[in-house]
Design a protein around this ligand. Structure first.
Ligand code: ADP
Ligand code: 5GP
Length: 223
């Protein structure tokens, strides 16, 4: 991407300023481009942390412990779940996945935003449990495009590919439960849209609390 294009997209989004940050939830059928979009967002936007989930699935090549996931066994997962250390949890593709309550608490305490890459079951639970959370669904432009991307990524055998496409059907049916839908056709456009959602959320009046009060106070001659 050229620097010019990035500048036109609006520069750095305003920093988090409200009482605790916003929880952004991103879901998508596998292969839609969620990882590509989220990694770039996390690399370019300040004040935004990634929520590292717990999972019982095995690490894939290149995945780092404590960065991509906290990889734990079933016993450890159940222990954390019983102790209330998971905000939500779900079974996805035969593995257990759960969001760390501590990660969310810490981000809120530090006034940082946090990005959750979780499935549609988890998103529905976060919507219920975390008021003000912002839910974003990423859609491929078509079933064919999704199949092509999964093939291009080369991470699945033929059988797993068909299973992923089967699962995608149930997931895209949940898109209407989200606040925002991004159709990831041209990658640059989809990225600009994702970034715009973060920017717009940070511009909400309730998120500008302290600065707004300070500026209004200055006009009123209070300082
Ligand atoms: P997900 O995390 O949703 O499973 P990935 O980010 O791994 O998806 O993307 C799947 C594949 O599709 C990757 O090879 C990625 O480079 C490619 N991809 C992502 N977005 C686009 C796009 N807009 N156009 C074409 N290919 C894309
Ligand atoms: P993967 O194994 O491909 O990394 O992830 C499989 C699915 O699990 C993805 O849809 C991902 O968003 C979801 N997922 C990852 N972490 C969590 C979590 O903590 N909770 C829930 N509910 N889903 C998760």
């Amino acid at each position: 991407m050229s620097g010019g294009r990035r500048r036109r997209a609006g520069g750095a989004p305003p920093r988090a300023d409200g009482p605790g940050g916003t929880v952004f939830v991103v879901s998508a059928p596998s292969g839609a481009g969620k990882t590509t979009l989220c990694k770039r967002l996390l690399g370019e936007v300040e004040g935004l942390d990634f929520s590292v989930s717990f999972t019982t699935r095995a690490p894939r090549a290149g995945e780092r412990r404590g960065v991509d996931y906290h990889f734990v066994d079933r016993r450890e997962f159940d222990r954390r779940r019983r102790r209330g250390e998971l905000v939500e949890w779900a079974v996805v593709n035969g593995g257990l996945y759960g969001t760390s309550a501590e990660a969310l608490r810490e981000a809120a305490a530090r006034g940082r935003d946090i990005l959750l890459d979780i499935d549609t079951q988890g998103a529905a639970n976060v919507r219920r449990l975390v008021p003000g959370s912002v839910l974003i669904f990423i859609l491929p432009p078509s079933r064919k495009a999704l199949r092509d991307r999964l093939l291009k990524r080369g991470s699945e055998g033929a059988e797993a590919l068909e299973r992923r496409l089967g699962l995608a059907r149930g997931e895209v049916e949940k898109a209407h439960l989200y606040d925002y839908v991004i159709i990831n056709d041209a990658l640059e456009d989809a990225y600009d849209q994702l970034r715009a959602i973060v920017t717009a959320t940070r511009c909400r009046r309730e998120r500008q609390g302290r600065r707004l009060a300070s500026i209004v106070g200055e006009f009123a001659g209070r300082r």
